[in-house]
Design a protein around this ligand. Structure first.
Ligand SMILES: *[C@@H]1O[C@H](CO)[C@@H](O)[C@H](O)[C@H]1NC(C)=O
Ligand SMILES: *[C@@H]1O[C@H](CO)[C@@H](O)[C@H](O)[C@H]1NC(C)=O
Ligand SMILES: *[C@@H]1O[C@H](CO)[C@@H](O)[C@H](O)[C@H]1NC(C)=O
Ligand SMILES: *[C@@H]1O[C@H](CO)[C@@H](O)[C@H](O)[C@H]1NC(C)=O
Ligand SMILES: *[C@@H]1O[C@H](CO)[C@@H](O)[C@H](O)[C@H]1NC(C)=O
Length: 269
């Protein structure tokens, strides 16, 4: 029992020592893509990196990268991460312990990755500059982009249906009406959105129904936002508006009148 208590305490104290350096960062990326786990040891007292040893682990304490005595220690890497990590030996010797995790899947989503390092001081004793101190911590968010939404508008029933399939995480869907050339948010009581997650591939599908309120709308748009990619895809239906044309004619008339006035004024001068 005692060793366990000590190791928990050790971990805790390393958090305190590392201070601001252990700020948890978000790393957002796309499925099948790579994630750069960027991390550098910032310690001016260290001038000699020969004794550097470090490792990266996930929130299950599964090791994805280990380095000691100037080389990668492949035996320490869990098979879950074998052949998925790229290192940068030329940067490691300067205290930059960045790695790249490749071939991301949704199993990697939401995991937190931490690096711990130790560097002996150069006096040849066994004193450390860093003693298995936590250096960096980051949370990985993996997204699957949605295709452009499909929008079906029924002008008789005054309803619009926006469908999205096969993305991750769940989308935020918003409706916008274009009315008198200005965008108008839609009241939530006119919207009914249903989102489902497929138990096998974990991907979401969403179907949002808008009851189009009365009014002379020029267009309706469905916007789908992927919070991890911070990207919005939009699809718009333009109503066949005689109203819009009628409204534009006074503007055209004004332009004509101004032009006529200019011609008149020029003629007078
Ligand atoms: C650390 O190394 C990585 C990989 O070469 C590089 O992208 C990054 O800019 C380096 N960071 C610093 C602070 O030098
Ligand atoms: C990573 O993905 C590439 C391209 O899809 C594939 O060829 C390779 O076998 C994958 N590697 C691993 C370790 O899964
Ligand atoms: C349309 O907008 C213009 C300028 O903002 C305003 O003067 C006009 O009254 C509006 N028309 C309608 C029908 O809301
Ligand atoms: C990264 O993804 C998370 C989870 O979806 C999100 O909360 C965060 O805002 C995203 N960060 C950026 C910079 O887009
Ligand atoms: C998402 O992107 C918008 C602009 O495209 C930006 O203003 C906003 O800060 C971003 N959100 C996050 C969480 O990064």
């Amino acid at each position: 029992m005692l060793p366990k208590v000590i190791s928990v305490f050790g971990l805790f104290s390393s958090f305190v020592v590392a201070g601001d350096a252990t700020l948890v960062r978000d790393v957002n990326t796309t499925i099948s893509d790579s994630a750069v786990l960027e991390c550098s040891i910032q310690d001016r007292a260290i001038t000699d990196w020969k004794s550097l040893r470090f490792y990266w682990q996930d929130d299950r304490n599964v090791v994805l990268y280990s380095y000691n005595n100037g080389r990668k220690v492949a035996e320490h890497v869990n098979e879950l991460y074998q052949h998925r990590v790229t290192d940068f030996p030329q940067d490691i010797v300067r205290g930059n312990i960045t790695i790249v995790l490749k071939n991301l899947t949704l199993d990697d989503n939401g995991r937190t990755y931490s690096s711990f390092a130790a560097v002996l001081d150069d006096s040849g004793t066994t004193r450390y500059h860093l003693e298995h101190t936590q250096i960096c911590e980051m949370t990985l968010h993996v997204a699957v982009p949605y295709q452009e939404p499909r929008l079906d508008v029924n002008t008789e029933a005054m309803s619009a249906v926006c469908s999205l399939q096969g993305g991750f995480p769940a989308p935020d869907i918003q409706w916008v009406l274009l009315h008198n050339s200005s965008h108008q948010a839609v009241e939530s009581r006119n919207v009914n959105t249903e989102t489902k997650q497929n138990v096998h591939d974990h991907l979401y599908s969403s179907r949002s129904i808008l009851h189009i309120p009365a009014g002379r709308h020029e267009a309706v748009s469905c916007l789908s936002h992927n919070p991890t990619l911070n990207r919005t895809v939009k699809v718009t239906h333009n109503f066949n508006t005689a109203g819009a044309a009628a409204r534009s004619s006074p503007a055209a008339l004004t332009v004509y009148l101004i032009a006529a006035a200019v011609v008149l004024l020029t003629a007078v001068q």
